[in-house]
Design a protein around this ligand. Structure first.
Ligand SMILES: Cc1ncc(COP(=O)(O)O)c(C=O)c1O
Length: 392
């Protein structure tokens, strides 16, 4: 367990590291703190299990076995007080695939689907590429914290057939309170809107507890499903596996049928092996990793407050993604992005998350501290240049 180790991921096919245009020049190495995967090695027990499986050399068509269901139940019972029944679980190749399939299962072309911007951008694609209509309920900042504008939410829900909730929220890092979730569940039930609750980041909460949407949905009879995966928590995104919890048998049949007609019937043998190991043998690694990420956030906050006082850093409630407002020094997101590129710093630009994201930057904190500090030095240069430009 060494989170300080710098691992060279260049030329490995990593989407984060392949993102930078042009040849990789070691003298001018880019720092990408963008795509939400970790720069850390996954826990030793997972690596051991995968080595064993690699040695076995038999990797035929694979589905979940009892140990998988038991492992999922162990983790969510222990960490979130949320027992998961075997029969609820539908496995998919990822949460994004599940969102696409659920959009097709529970809406028709032309139906309206609501999301809360700024938000994880594949949600837009799942709506638009499936020829559904996008509705947005922009999150608002009140007292330095993102909040839901429930007046607008209620109005938009009247038009919507489906709502995609991001909980905890990527990129604004909110861990929704039980009261907020309860209100969402109540409104959705009253208007018969189906809710997809994407809870892939639920293991990353720092000061607040995550409330699973199911807990409030059950009280109101809200139609819903919950998307979970070990991929964020244990850095397994390349192993392509997610567990989708669909409690209602009719909805489960509709969803699994759509998953099958989307051509998905078996999954990665390595994905199951890794998930079983992560949910049962990696508690110590998980707790140490969470503490490391939070200390990264504190290092970032201290740095920004001391050296870039006009930048607002939002509190890290959930996810491992910090959210920073650059609006005070630059109101043009293209200029902001160009300055980042000039410093060879690749963050996720706020505008890609839709309305309300322009002028913000998202920074992936799941990296060795020295990489983060090097990135912050570059960010400081961006800040100085933008301030000089503004004051001209
Ligand atoms: C909110 C959210 N949902 C889903 C995903 C991706 O899930 P998957 O890799 O299982 O498709 C991410 C990755 O960043 C995410 O932030």
């Amino acid at each position: 367990m060494n989170f300080d180790e710098v691992i060279d991921r260049r030329n490995t096919g990593s989407m984060k590291w392949n993102f930078a245009p042009g040849p990789l020049d070691p003298g001018q190495c880019i720092i990408p703190l963008s795509v939400a995967d970790m720069e850390f090695r996954s826990p030793g027990s997972i690596r051991e299990r995968l080595k064993e499986l690699a040695q076995e050399g038999v990797w035929g068509y694979t589905g979940p076995r009892d140990q998988y269901y038991e492992a999922v139940n162990r983790w969510y019972s222990l960490r979130h007080d949320f027992p998961v029944k075997k029969e609820w679980i539908v496995t998919t190749t990822g949460v994004v695939q599940a969102v696409y399939s659920a959009v097709r299962a529970f809406t028709e072309p032309g139906d309206k689907i609501l999301i809360q911007t700024p938000v994880y951008y594949p949600f837009f694609r799942a709506i638009e590429q499936n020829e559904r209509e996008l509705l947005t309920n922009q999150l608002i900042i009140r007292d330095g914290r993102y909040q839901i504008d429930f007046d607008d939410f209620g109005k938009k829900m009247k038009e919507a057939r489906l709502f995609i909730l991001c909980s905890p929220h990527n990129p604004v890092s909110r861990v929704w309170d039980r009261e907020e979730l309860d209100k969402i569940a109540q409104i959705a039930a009253a208007l018969d809107v189906f809710v997809i609750s994407d809870e892939i980041h639920c293991d990353f909460t720092f000061k607040r507890r995550h409330t699973g949407f199911s807990q409030v949905a059950r009280l109101h009879g809200t139609r819903h499903l919950v998307a979970l995966s070990a991929s964020k928590t244990f850095s397994l995104a390349g192993l392509n596996l997610a567990s989708i919890l669909v409690e209602d048998p009719g909805h489960r049949e509709a969803f699994s049928c759509r998953v099958r007609t989307d051509g998905v019937s078996t999954h990665s043998t390595f994905g199951f092996a890794a998930a079983e190991a992560s949910y049962t043998q990696c508690d110590e690694w998980y707790e140490a990793m969470l503490a490391y990420i939070y200390n990264n956030f504190l290092a970032l906050k201290t740095f920004v407050e001391a050296r870039m006082p006009e930048i607002t850093v939002f509190d890290l409630e959930g996810t491992y993604l910090a959210w920073l407002d650059f609006g005070a020094v630059c109101n043009d997101h293209q200029i902001l992005e160009q300055h980042m590129i000039d410093q060879q710093l690749y963050l996720d630009e706020g505008y890609i998350f839709g309305e309300g994201g322009q002028g913000f930057e998202r920074i992936n904190l799941a990296c060795p501290r020295k990489v983060l500090l090097a990135a912050l030095e570059r960010l400081n240069k961006v800040y100085d240049h933008l301030k000089a430009r503004r004051n001209q």
